[in-house]
Design a protein. Structure first.
Length: 411
């Protein structure tokens, strides 16, 4: 038969419970002491770096990732100076910081982690060896919170990151037999290069064709030019030169008006310049005679200087009138064509300036003549754009195409 167990005496039970309670208290104190020791020995800031490669070539870009962890608890906060870690400020000679970015901060129970991603490249002259990538120096302060929400801040401290060594390889691999572009890594890259090459080839052929058309047009113009025996070549100023001289005359009129105000002679000078623009607009010829030495232009005439040294300029004059411009406007309206507003500006300018220069009532108000001068200047610029080199070439090309088409249909 089993033996009966005798119950533990009460005094012994009390001693046993006291020992258990004492043991638990000692364990709790040891855990608290260990936690306090960890808080004391906890580093305020720790940083580490990582590069995307250990060897680079001159000019090759690579990534540098900087990660730091700072203490941030209820009682202690480490405040680092992150302004020196900005990609636009960081200096790591002999490497160059091309670009960079900052990731969002991460927080744990005791730390705050921040991270920077830099893109670097080496542009130095040392090739074939290891180069030290210097570590940055981070300044920080430790803020401690005391009882009563009082804060104590330490002096500035510095944390120096450990340096990293990067091997700088030669410009090309040692086993390379020739210098050439790297091959496309994927089928898509091959297709993109092929498409770009085809597009550039088509553009080159189009440009070549346009150049051939221009050469053919120039040769055709030389062939069609009549060559009469004993004909004397007559030197004339080109339309663009005449219109440039007219524009300069209007500018001088505007400056003189600001000094002396409007006079009949000043209105006549502006009228002579605008008659040249009106003649070219209406398709009328401009009278041109060689300028005599020491002879000033007569009223209504304008001198066009020569761009060649040793040659005299030309004296030009236009025959456009407000009535002729108004007749051109009526013909356009009857035909249902679009009426150019610059033609109306030219008509108004010729009427007002002509009345101020040769009218019986004398000079009109300054505001009226200022508006006429502005409208005439706009019309002159519009006409001058039609006689630039690109505009003339475009008209000649269209005329040549029309002539070739007409000849083909005539056959």
């Amino acid at each position: 038969m089993p033996k009966a167990q005798c119950p533990m005496p009460a005094a012994r039970r009390k001693r046993f419970l006291s020992l258990c309670i004492l043991h638990c208290a000692l364990c709790i104190d040891a855990a608290r002491a260990q936690q306090a020791t960890e808080n004391v020995t906890l580093a305020p800031i720790e940083c580490w770096t990582r590069t995307s490669t250990s060897a680079v070539r001159v000019g090759e870009r690579f990534d540098l990732v900087l990660t730091c962890a700072v203490v941030e608890t209820e009682s202690t906060t480490v405040v680092p100076d992150q302004s020196r870690l900005d990609p636009g400020v960081l200096q790591v000679p002999p490497f160059e910081v091309v670009s960079g970015s900052q990731a969002a901060d991460l927080r744990t129970r005791t730390h705050r982690l921040f991270q920077y991603d830099y893109v670097l490249r080496y542009l130095g002259e040392q090739i074939g060896g290891d180069i030290e990538l210097p570590g940055a120096t981070i300044s920080y302060r430790v803020q401690s919170r005391m009882q009563g929400d009082a804060a104590v801040e330490s002096r500035d401290r510095q944390y120096i990151l450990p340096s990293t060594r990067i091997h700088v390889a030669s410009l090309v691999p040692a086993a390379a037999k020739d210098i050439h572009d790297a091959l496309p890594p994927t089928f898509r890259a091959i297709e993109e290069r092929r498409f770009r090459a085809t597009f550039l080839r088509i553009v080159s052929w189009v440009v070549l064709g346009v150049g051939g058309v221009m050469v053919a047009w120039a040769l055709a113009a030389l062939i069609r030019r009549p060559r009469e025996a004993g004909a004397v070549a007559r030197r004339v100023a080109r339309e663009a030169a005449v219109l440039r001289a007219a524009s300069r005359e209007l500018e001088q009129v505007r400056r003189q008006r600001q000094v002396d105000g409007w006079t009949a002679d000043l209105a006549a000078r502006a009228l002579a310049a605008l008659r040249l623009a009106g003649s070219y607009t209406l398709g009328r010829p401009v009278a041109q005679t060689p300028a005599a030495a020491g002879t000033p232009p007569a009223p209504g005439q304008l001198r066009v200087p020569s761009i060649l040294p040793g040659r005299r300029g030309m004296i030009v004059s236009g025959s456009a009138t407000p009535e002729a411009v108004a007749l051109q406007l009526r013909h356009a309206e009857r035909a249902g064509a679009r009426v150019d507003e610059r033609l109306r500006d030219l008509q108004v300018a010729l009427e007002r300036l002509g009345a101020a220069a040769y009218g019986r009532n004398g000079v009109a108000s300054d505001s009226t003549l200022d508006e006429a001068l502005e409208r005439g200047n706009r019309a002159l610029r519009h006409v001058a754009r039609r006689y630039t080199w690109p505009a003339r070439a475009a008209r000649a090309a269209r005329q040549s195409v029309t002539e070739v088409r007409d000849r083909a249909w005539a056959r």
